[in-house]
Design a protein around this ligand. Sequence first.
Ligand SMILES: Cc1cc2nc3c(=O)[nH]c(=O)nc-3n(C[C@H](O)[C@H](O)[C@H](O)COP(=O)(O)OP(=O)(O)OC[C@H]3O[C@@H](n4cnc5c(N)ncnc54)[C@H](O)[C@@H]3O)c2cc1C
Length: 363
Amino acid sequence: MQPLSEHIVVAGAGIVGASIAYHLAKRGAGVTVVEASQAGAGATGKSFGWINATFSKTPQSYFELNRLGIAGWRRLQQELKGDLQIQWGGSVAWFPPGDEADTLQKNVWRHLEWGYGATLIDEQELRRLLPAIEPGEIGVAAWSGEEGTVDPLHAASLLLKKAQQYGAEVLWPCAVTELICADRLLRRIETTRGPIEPRALVLACGVDSPRLAEMAGVRVPLKDSPGVLIHIAPQPRVIDRVVLAPGTHFKQEWDGRIVAGGQIVAGVGTSVTEASVDQAEQILEQVQRFLPALSGVAIERVTLGHRVMPQDEFPLIGFTGRCSNLYVAAMHSGVTLAPLIGELAAREILDGERVSTLEGYRI
Ligand SMILES: Cc1cc2nc3c(=O)[nH]c(=O)nc-3n(C[C@H](O)[C@H](O)[C@H](O)COP(=O)(O)OP(=O)(O)OC[C@H]3O[C@@H](n4cnc5c(N)ncnc54)[C@H](O)[C@@H]3O)c2cc1C
């Protein structure tokens, strides 16, 4: 692919699209962001926002990618000075004695081998890190100190604003409706505000990307992966790191809101949407069990998001063979990876480089 610098359209203003737009615009490219609804309207606005290279991130190459993702947030935070709020308190996980505790212990050992800042902790240390938590019986507990948490909606909006300050144009609401390709090049896109003829299109439309990519003959295989969070109105500060308790996980945003998730399983004949409303109360009960300071609080809202989950669960990123000026960015853990992906995608698009870090994640 020849280096490009002019008129790049980024479709989708989730955290991934916003980060790519920011990094392109910062490097002087002419960028138009086209967003069907508003920044963060997709998975980003319904995301837990944990910046991590956690135990599920295997094999080691994918763990390393996520670790680079964490470093990307640290760079971005320095770059944006005080504008970006990140809570760098790490995460604390524990299980009562049993299989899950044994697995956690093995996972920490593996992370230690890989040089990650994870460590086994005793109850005293857990209570020091989380003074407001009542953990119950502890089999194994661990602290992963490199991790952090961000409000994804705030971060996406900020990146978009910064992109605009570097000259990017942002069109919303404006949906891409059609991709017109000829001779393996994208020639035109149709949008709800009329046609655009970009030099390149970055497709970062989350779960809508497969449908759009199909129009260019490109397959972006995703699978359905709904996720529910409950939100509690701002509370006095009780926790300042991500809590991974048995059966639930939660955090407190910088403005005091509590966000929590859990295992929502839809029964036969019940959609996750219906199940989530019933089970949101169960998530709240779980959180209250571990965080007694929250007894008596009510759920402010419940969100149901659809993860941008590739079929093999690894990112799909890069120019496509079928349509050589179409760049696709679809991934789960998009919050963790967004600043890194923004930097690397800008290099691939503007410098014509094939970044080796991304080689395992091509379409
Ligand atoms: C419940 C839940 C919890 C999560 N927790 C974490 C976590 O803790 N850590 C982590 O790293 N990741 C987490 N994720 C995943 C992460 O949120 C996503 O990977 C990330 O938000 C994806 O961002 P995106 O920009 O690719 O997509 P999206 O945020 O979905 O953005 C796509 C955008 O494209 C727009 N769009 C759609 N169609 C069109 C069109 N035709 N034209 C123009 N625009 C269009 C949409 O309106 C939307 O704004 C979680 C996800 C969920 C659902």
